[in-house]
Design a binder for this molecule. Structure first.
Ligand SMILES: Cc1cc2nc3c(=O)[nH]c(=O)nc-3n(C[C@H](O)[C@H](O)[C@H](O)COP(=O)(O)OP(=O)(O)OC[C@H]3O[C@@H](n4cnc5c(N)ncnc54)[C@H](O)[C@@H]3O)c2cc1C
Length: 220
């Protein structure tokens, strides 16, 4: 996979050694993150909205109610900025100043467009599969009325960057002799045992999509 073009918008200025413009790096983060935050400007005021996403090649898909302000804004072709973040650890330094977080994050810039027809159906499949792989083949598929009530939009990923912090705290040299605990508390997103719907008949077994539900995470 190739790297994204870099301009003033996606050039990482602060700690550029933690950055990457490689599609492979950016897309691994987008695909592992269950949801993203979409930022846009409306009437001169910035707004950031969290939402489920799915990616195919250089396209991000979002879906929701037709009345959604965010989806209408994206469908109108406006520029948007999307951020996805994975938290990997708490970084406890000897000094308060150097406390931090370990993370993998991606920031994407692009323009939106509406999605209809066969691409819309495929986007709905990708969004469903993003939540639990295999679910599209297990659940009842959308009726024409349900599909009509759902808006799907696409964002062309034109520019992007990834930033990754990993490893131990970085303290000032003079602080390493202090008797203060320092290190990393690893953080993982864990999926616990599924809880059946109270209205689920007892003889319906756990579906294949949930039998090994680790998505694309780095969990063992
Ligand atoms: C979970 C988390 C916690 C953080 N906590 C802090 C904190 O407490 N204090 C702090 O100063 N910084 C923190 N950061 C880093 C923060 O995201 C910014 O990178 C940093 O603040 C510099 O911002 P800037 O606008 O000056 O970056 P610039 O380098 O000027 O940004 C230029 C371009 O670089 C890219 N870029 C910048 N940051 C990121 C990113 N995180 N991921 C992907 N691309 C990026 C974007 O394309 C952006 O437009 C945190 C990051 C994460 C993911």
């Amino acid at each position: 996979m190739s790297a994204f073009p870099v301009d003033d918008r996606n050039r990482i200025r602060r700690k550029p050694q933690r950055g990457s413009y490689e599609r492979e790096v950016v897309y691994a983060i987008l695909d592992e993150a269950l949801y993203c935050h979409v930022g846009f400007v409306e009437d001169g005021w910035p707004i950031v909205i969290p939402i489920l996403h799915a990616r195919q090649d250089d396209t991000l898909y979002l879906h929701g109610a037709r009345a959604s302000r965010l989806l209408k804004h994206v469908a109108a072709g406006h520029p948007v900025c999307v951020a996805a973040t994975l938290l990997d650890g708490l970084v406890l330094a000897r000094s308060v100043f150097h406390h931090s977080l370990n993370y993998r994050s991606a920031v994407v810039f692009g323009h939106g467009r509406p999605v209809e027809g066969a691409e819309k159906r495929e986007a709905l499949r990708l969004l469903t599969e993003h939540v639990a792989r295999g679910r599209w083949d297990e659940a009842r598929l959308p009726t024409p009325q349900e599909e009509e009530a759902t808006a799907v939009v696409a964002i062309a990923i034109e520019r992007a960057s990834a930033k990754i912090r990993s490893g131990p705290p970085v303290d000032d040299e003079a602080d390493y002799d202090r008797p203060i605990w320092a290190g990393v508390v690893p953080v993982v997103q864990a999926f616990l045992d599924p809880i059946p719907d109270p209205r689920l008949p007892a003889d319906i077994p756990l579906p294949a999509s949930l039998r090994d539900h680790r998505r694309r995470s780095r969990l063992p």
